[in-house]
Ligand binder design. Structure first.
Ligand SMILES: Cc1ncc(COP(=O)(O)O)c(C=O)c1O
Ligand SMILES: Nc1c(O)cccc1C(=O)C[C@H](N)C(=O)O
Length: 408
């Protein structure tokens, strides 16, 4: 039986599967890298050196000696090829939520008289909250219309200013066709903002090829940058000159250390940086991203689809009570598989107690991220067998009682 893929990565012959480059116990089947990526093995040492030598040793000189000023831009250069972005079109920092505020604010300056922002009612809530909050702040008739997921594409019409969507749905794993949606939006004269939280590092994203306008993405999921890792934003080069930062901070000034009282935007996307970058978190993300140096993203996508298909087949064969919530067609799926069950929360707790770690999303979704860098066939089979054992023996009832007892 094949435990994992040895598909050649890019031009190197490095195996795709590299679990030994993560600090992950053999006891654990980790299917939650779409919430928090595991710890890359080289990060602790790199962090220790950054703290002791750079911060401790260089003190404030570290900004120059240790290259701290430049660190966000070095990370941006690591992320750009993962999301198919042109050099210089990514800025790194803040959270995904804050970056969405930034790109949405920038996009509002480009839309002319249109006022409608179209989104998906099933979008990750922060996206809707941010858009709603920003439109209320700006006023002037801007408003968000979240529609049922399946109705969004048909609603892209000539009244729409901005289409704001997440490529991979956090609950079901359904993946939108970035190229088709972007083309439809452009044909209607709208701008598109993509949330890549569940895409970056999971499969090859093709921002430039799809002619996306703006995007945001997350550093702590498939990019393994650690809890609360810096996020990123993308501005298509054709818009970069025209956009004005809505958070105009000193670090985005053309000459931060001139301390001028009037704001002058920095070159390129430097203007999108607001304040001082969190260097220690950035150091972890920078080191974590070296894991992708020799990853062939198309091979990663193919292996994720193969493992996802296997997981669906195994779970459906063993557990007729679970309803598939993810698309059956792997092409229409991100790197996750989801199932529905009315007792999903308790079942997931029972699974986690048995070292098969996925997560639960209300109201009834059991969610499993598939990450071939550290997940192989054996993990998929072990997870399927464990789910079967729990369902067949109704082990979750007792667990649910314990969970409830623990929280009340
Ligand atoms: C699709 C999506 N967008 C945005 C976020 C929020 O990211 P952040 O907490 O970095 O703002 C998440 C997850 O938390 C997410 O899944
Ligand atoms: N950002 C998270 C956090 O701070 C704690 C727990 C989970 C998260 C998540 O990332 C949730 C995630 N965006 C999701 O897809 O549900």
């Amino acid at each position: 039986m094949t435990q994992h893929s040895t598909v050649g990565a890019g031009s190197s012959s490095a195996p795709l599967y590299r679990r030994d480059r993560f600090l992950l116990s053999d006891e654990v089947v980790y299917l939650d890298g779409n919430s928090l990526g595991p710890l890359p093995a080289s990060v602790p040492e790199r962090m220790a050196a950054a703290v002791r030598e750079e911060w401790g040793g260089s003190l404030v000189k570290g900004w120059n000696e240790a290259g701290w000023f430049d660190l966000p831009w070095r990370i941006a250069a690591q992320i750009a090829p993962l999301v198919g972005a042109e050099p210089g079109s990514i800025a790194v920092g803040d959270s995904t939520s804050v970056n969405l505020f930034k790109v949405l604010g920038a996009a509002l300056g480009l839309v002319g008289p249109r006022r409608r922002i179209l989104s998906d009612a099933g979008n990750f809530p922060t996206d809707l909250y941010i858009a709603d909050g920003l439109t209320k702040l700006v006023g002037d008739g801007y408003h968000v219309t979240p529609l049922p997921s399946e109705d969004v594409e048909a609603a892209i019409g000539d009244d729409v200013a901005i289409v704001m969507l997440t490529e991979v749905d956090y609950r079901t794993g359904r993946r939108r066709d970035m190229k088709a949606v972007t083309e439809a939006a452009h044909a209607a004269g709208a701008i598109v903002i993509w949330d890549l939280a569940h895409s970056a590092g999971a499969f090859p994203v093709r921002l430039s090829e799809c002619r996306a306008d703006f995007a945001v993405g997350c550093g702590y999921k498939f990019l393994n940058g650690g809890p609360g890792a810096p996020a990123f934003l993308y501005v298509a080069p054709r818009h970069a000159g025209a956009v004005a930062p809505v958070i105009a901070g000193w670090m985005g000034h053309d000459a931060p250390f001139a301390f001028e009282s009037a704001y002058r935007p920095g070159q390129g996307l430097r203007k999108m940086q607001a304040g001082t970058p969190p260097i220690l978190s950035m150091t972890a993300l920078h080191e974590a991203l070296t894991l992708f140096d020799d990853v062939d993203l198309s091979a990663l996508e193919a292996e994720s689809r193969r493992l996802g298909d296997l997981f669906i087949a195994e779970v459906e064969r063993r557990c007729p009570d679970l309803e598939l919530a993810a698309p059956r067609d792997a092409v229409a799926r991100g790197s996750q598989v989801s199932f529905r069950h009315p007792d999903g929360y308790a079942i997931m707790q029972a699974l986690i107690e048995r070292n098969v770690i996925g997560d639960f999303r209300a109201p009834d979704i059991l969610r499993f991220g598939i990450t071939p860098l550290y997940t192989g066939e054996d993990d998929i089979r072990r997870a399927s067998e464990t789910i079967e054992g729990i369902l067949r023996n109704r082990l979750w009832d007792a667990d649910a009682y314990r969970v409830r007892a623990a929280v009340t």
